[in-house]
Structure formats: C-alpha cells, structure tokens
Ligand binder design. Structure first.
Ligand code: SF4
Length: 366
C-alpha cells in the first residue's frame, strides 16, 4: 500500500464520519464493556446479526456477568443457545469465563495475548475486543474486512489461505485509526455488510469510493480472491422416533466430545447410502437396531430431513415406532438415555437436527 499519511488521515475521517451517521443500532454498541462485546462477537460468528439480537438480550439477562456465566448450568446454557448452532461456542464461553475467574481474578484481560489465551477466542475476536473495549489499534480481520480492503487496495492474496491473513494485517495496520480503532473496525464491518457486500458493491453509495483502487477500473468483483470451497461430505442416518403409551419419546445424549457434544437426539444409526436409499424407496418396515429398546413393534417411515454443518451434510430418514409396555416400566435407563415428553424436551438441550426431526414428526402426524 502506497498511501501517504494525509490520504490515510482523510480516509479515516471519511469512514468515521459515515459510521457515526449510519451505524447499525445494535444493543452491544450501547457501551464498550468487554464482557458484552465478547458475547456478541462469539454469537455473531456464522450467524446473521438480526438473529443474534434476541439471543444476546436473553443471554445477558440470564448471565449478566462473567461470574454468572462461569457458574452456568450446562443444560441451561445449551438450551439458551438452541437454534444458534455451533454449540461448542457456548461450551467455550463457559470455559473461558472460568479462566477469567481463576487466572485474571474475574476481570476481563486487556492484553491481546491474554485475550487470545481464553478458550474459543481466535485472532479476530481478540482484536475486536481489544479495539472496541480497550482502544487498541488492532485490525479485526474477518471476511468482511478482507473483502472491503481487498477491493479498496486491490489485494490479491487468496482469502481461503490462512497465510493471507498476514498480508491483510500489514495493510490494515497502516489504515486503522489510533484514536478510534474500535469505531474504525466497526465502520469497515458495517461498510462490508451494507455497501460493499459479497454479491453487490454499491460503489455509488460508498463513502470512500474516491479512495477505492478497484472501482475506478471496474475490477471490484475480482476481489476478494478465493479458491473454491470443498463440498460438504454426505452422511446418512436412520433416525428412530420411539413413542410410548405415556406420550414420551426415547432420546439419547451424545458423547461429551465431537459434533453436537452432550446434546440430546433421537437415536441415530449411520448407514451406507444404499441402505438409506432402500428405506426411502421402499418406505417399508425398518429393522430396529439391537442397541434400542428391543421390543419395538409397528415401525413406520415418516419422512426425510437434512442438516448442514460446515463440513458435513446429514441426511436423516425418520422412522417411528412403539415399544411394548414392559419395556418402559422395567428397563433401567443409563444416564445418557431418557423417555421425554414434549414438555420435557422444551427444557432439554436438543441438537439442531433433532429439532428438525421432531418438527417433521409432528407435521406428519397431524
Ligand atoms: Fe467496495 Fe465499491 Fe466502496 Fe470500493 S467503492 S469499497 S468496491 S463499495
């Protein structure tokens, strides 16, 4: 980047003026308290800001301080997170809250390396907190900032490569305002979400069009440079909705490691694609696996649901069944198994795919 100091100062001034006049009114922008900024940043990862607002307000009401979060009950915390997805974020928040209580005497650390040492806080979140809450001139580099700055400065580093971050960091460090680094970062975030969006660059509305190197050459859509993403891997499951005569459903808790850890679902049995396709095609009685209550009778194919993760696509064929009476009364359940009514499920941390399966079951039953 070969801008002189006066051009950089003018650019900062124009961005900050535009931001102050147009900033999105978000509840966490009412102050710069690091706990609130942290929660909002973690919730906003992979999630639209409009979706985050009600979750953020509920979360701050339930856990207004780091101490409250450190003492949160796991099931309640996950229940509050239900619908936001990527549940490891919620689990990491609690772990980090305990780190703050134990390693920093309950006070949110201000040193950038200390912030990065907290569970679940990566470089972007650490720099967002450091700039917004502690006024440190740290560029908060996420997809938005990379897109906007790559168009502004014609940066052709491939944004899908981790090594490109250094290139963006070097350029944005020259641009960031020392006086208002938090507002400067947020001004670029807002520009990226409102004006210089992935699909449309509204250059005629852009407050910094005169500085933009790509717009004058009409090359803005060549940026950011990005190699193709890998396709999600398809995984196939038979899901079993077993309902007893007390209107309860049999659910299992997933293991405490890996995808959807500690969340509850109908039993899910992974099967090869051919077997899955056969169940869908025949819609016939599916064999209940040995691990489930073994006297289930009258099984029936209900329908299909899919759930997409960043790297996987789950295809789920839902099969309903009813166990014999003695199964419910006499079988001793292990602590990862439960018969739950619909009301019980409202208080239980359900995995995203489970919410879809239960919705499908209810729709098909009506
Ligand atoms: Fe993006 Fe256009 Fe503004 Fe350049 S002028 S930053 S391409 S919106």
């Amino acid at each position: 980047m070969n801008w002189n100091q006066s051009k950089i100062k003018n650019f900062q001034k124009d961005m900050l003026t535009w931001y102050n006049a147009n900033k999105k009114p978000l509840p966490w922008r009412e102050h710069t308290e690091p706990y609130a900024i942290w929660i909002s940043e973690i919730m906003s990862q992979q999630t639209q800001v409009e979706t985050v607002i009600p979750y953020y307000l509920k979360f701050m009401k339930k856990y207004p301080t780091v101490k409250d979060l450190a003492h949160a009950h796991d099931d309640e915390l996950l229940k509050l997170w239900e619908g936001l997805g990527y549940y490891s974020r919620a689990r990491n928040l609690k772990i980090a809250a305990n780190q703050i209580m134990n390693d920093f005497a309950g006070g949110f650390p201000s040193d950038i390396d200390d912030i990065k040492s907290l569970q679940g806080i990566g470089p972007y979140t650490a720099t967002a907190i450091a700039s917004i809450s502690f006024n440190q001139a740290e560029p908060a580099i996420d997809g938005n900032l990379m897109r906007v700055s790559s168009r502004l400065l014609e940066i052709d580093a491939d944004i899908s490569k981790a090594s490109s971050r250094k290139v963006f960091d070097e350029n944005l460090r020259k641009l960031i305002s020392d006086e208002y680094p938090g507002d400067f970062n947020q001004s670029l975030m807002d520009l990226g979400s409102k004006v210089c969006t992935p699909k449309i660059a509204r250059c005629e509305e852009c407050p910094v069009q005169k500085y933009c190197q790509s717009t004058s050459k009409q090359t803005q859509y060549n940026y950011p440079v990005k190699t193709k993403k890998l396709k999600q891997k398809d995984v196939y499951y038979l899901a079993f909705a077993l309902e007893n005569s007390l209107d309860q459903y049999y659910l299992e808790k997933r293991s405490d490691k890996g995808l959807l850890a500690n969340m509850w679902t109908f039993p899910l049995i992974e099967v090869p694609k051919e077997e899955y396709d056969k169940v869908i095609k025949d819609q016939t009685r599916a064999k209940i696996p040995h691990s489930l209550p073994d006297t289930v009778s009258r099984t029936q194919f209900v329908g299909q649901a899919t759930h997409i993760f960043s790297h996987l696509k789950w295809h789920m064929a839902l099969i309903a069944g009813q166990p014999e009476e003695y199964e419910i009364k006499e079988k001793t359940l292990l602590d990862y198994q439960a018969w739950l009514s619909e009301k019980d499920m409202e208080k239980t941390a359900l995995a995203g795919p489970q919410v879809k399966l239960f919705k499908l079951l209810k729709e098909e039953k009506i």
